[in-house]
Design a protein around this ligand. Structure first.
Ligand code: GDP
Length: 437
């Protein structure tokens, strides 16, 4: 995600940071490069122009150019402007009424049906009802039913012979009578915007008067997504945008242009095909990620959700007292895995985003490590130093791996222990007031 843009901008800023003093000509050159990078990322032409002008105006003031770290100042200005471009602060979903209602609209294939299920999962404690109002796409109703079953949410349907406006009306009535506190309308899409579709959606909006009319757009389609957003907004006065397929190779154009072009905020992002793959859109964190500053806050949030805090404390203690075993190691790996795909996690670590290029993190490696460790005896896991040549051979055979794989794992484990030993002795000497080195 955004890798190309991120790399290009980081290159520009590396040059700026390398200079002690900056001149107006340096800023001009840097802004020329920023402009090209944004255009290549498929950001709307007018948006790019306004953005670069704003940054340039703010950067050329004498107080910046004459400061001790002008490069850093310019980067900060770009970061702040990127954040502003994407809406400034995060924009929440507002569910005021009871039952609350969310209407999802968008072109066919944008990810509406999937998003309806993701939202039902997000708001599971509000007893959501999914309303199947896409009567044109042959498999849409069935797809919603399968997803509903998967997450344990009821799906309201009247087949494909009743008009979508009537389905939504009846769905809302059903929700009121049966104590549902949230109704999500999955409406139809088309391959392109057409008049009939817009009229139908206007009809649903008028009769259901939803709290949120959220436009679902495919982030991979860049400028097209922005044009679609503009058209839908003109007809339906949407309340926000959801960008899907953010896990793919999106260049950034949609995320960076939609707010500026439509005036409507991006509220959520879909980051995968699974119903858990939904994130709140944070303009500040996104701006930092684009500039390779990482997204430590999201990383911490993920860790808090996935990692058992008590367990983490226990590991820390064991590591410091050198009682950390291979059993703990495999348990730790399992928790890390729960945080999500490795490339997403690494992308959140400052400085790692750029380094990830060309480095595919092999999830299979995890499976291999788990297999190797589970082929060891209990004693071997507690005291890996007893694992000699013949034991290594047996473990490799048992786990269907090669001896080299077993060797590598043991080496990694040993290195980690050594590192932790250093940390703990460093910590001790610091406590005694000595310098660590
Ligand atoms: P609809 O026509 O708008 O209802 O679109 P669907 O919900 O049927 O989604 C179209 C395709 O996109 C399906 O194959 C989904 O699995 C896929 N999809 C939806 N959201 C995402 C996402 O966030 N990431 C990825 N990679 N695929 C998605």
């Amino acid at each position: 995600m955004f890798q190309n843009l991120s790399d290009k901008l980081q290159d520009v800023f590396k040059k700026l940071k390398g200079k002690g003093k900056l001149t107006e000509a340096d800023i001009k050159e840097a802004m020329r490069e920023v402009r090209i990078a944004l255009l290549e990322a498929d950001v709307n032409f007018q948006v790019v122009k306004d953005f670069v002008n704003k940054v340039r105006e703010k950067s050329v003031g004498s107080e910046i150019l004459e400061s001790l770290t002008p490069g850093q100042h310019v980067i900060k200005i770009v970061r702040d402007e990127l954040q502003a471009l994407m809406g400034g602060i995060k924009s929440d979903i507002v569910l005021a009424k009871s039952p609350s209602t969310i209407m999802l609209v968008g072109l066919q294939g944008a990810g509406k049906t999937t998003m309806a299920a993701k939202l039902a999962l997000k708001y599971k404690n509000r007893k959501p009802l999914l309303v199947a109002a896409d009567i044109y796409r042959p498999a849409a109703i069935k797809q919603l039913e399968v997803l509903g079953q998967q997450l344990g949410a009821e799906v309201f349907k009247l087949g494909d012979k009743v008009s979508p406006v009537d389905i939504c009306k009846a769905g809302l009535e059903h929700a009121k009578k049966n104590g549902f506190d949230l109704v999500i309308f999955d409406t139809a899409g088309r391959l392109h915007i057409d008049e009939q579709l817009m009229e139908e959606l206007e009809g649903i909006k008028k009769s259901a008067n939803p709290d949120e009319v959220l436009l679902v757009v495919d982030a991979m389609t860049g400028q097209d997504a922005v044009n679609v957003a503009k058209s839908f907004n003109e007809r339906l006065d949407i309340t926000g945008v959801i960008l899907t397929k953010f896990d793919g190779d999106t260049r950034g154009g949609a995320a960076l242009s939609i707010k500026a072009v439509t005036g409507k905020p991006i509220k959520l992002v879909g980051k995968g095909e699974k119903i858990e793959d939904l994130d709140v859109f944070h303009p500040d964190r996104m701006a930092s990620r684009i500039l390779g500053m990482g997204d430590v806050l999201s990383l911490i949030e993920r860790a808090e959700e996935a990692v058992d805090v008590e367990k983490a404390k226990e590991w820390q203690k064991k590591l410091q007292t050198q009682q950390f075993t291979l059993d703990d190691f495999v348990e730790q790996l399992q928790q890390i895995k729960k945080m999500g795909p490795m490339d997403q996690i690494l992308g959140m670590i400052p400085g790692m985003g750029g380094k990830m290029k060309g480095l595919s993190v092999d999830e299979k490696e995890f499976v291999k490590i788990e297999a190797i460790i589970s082929s060891m005896t209990k004693k071997e896991r507690i005291t890996p130093s007893i694992i000699n040549g013949s034991r290594r051979k047996r473990i490799a055979m048992g786990s269907g791996t090669k001896i080299q794989d077993v060797n590598r794992l043991l080496k990694q484990f040993e290195q980690m222990q050594k590192m932790m030993k250093q940390f703990s002795s460093m910590e001790k000497s610091m406590k005694k007031g000595k310098k660590p080195f």
